[in-house]
Design a protein. Sequence first.
Length: 180
Amino acid sequence: MRRLLLSARAAWPAAIALLLAGCAADRVTGVKAPTAPLLAVTDQVPGCAFTIKSIEDRREDKSLGTLVRTKVDGRGFTNWFADGMAAIPGHSASDASTALQIEVLKAYVHGISTLKSANLVVRVTAIGAAGEQRQSTYRGVDGSTNWNSSEDEVQSAFNLALADLQRQIGTDLRKHCKPD
């Protein structure tokens, strides 16, 4: 009996180490450029001509949050986001009648139990040819089931949130500017 107690006592450090290892966070390196266009244009309406004057990342925390035990760093975010904005129909690298100044206010993913939510919050100032300005704030969101907090799941959630953001901005641009 005494030998059993001693071996059980010796097993505690190993059990604690295994438990702590199970609580350690996996790391996702960040978002990556998609292999296919994100924006699903269903109405086939041509986009309004616009150019992106600037994109400013105003987030205090440059990481992209935590999904259960998966920490998502912000590596690649700036290029991924800029590519996503340039994919909105009507974007032109040269001058257009409308110029956008985009401020990224928030970008994060978080989870509760089996749910995950990826959020992108931006403020967009649209500057018309005559200098008139319109400012709007948008939130692109993906809320879906979290199966295993994998890198692919995190990437998919951010891609869907970006596609939501693209649709909102593209719709507003078509309402308020004239095609070139």
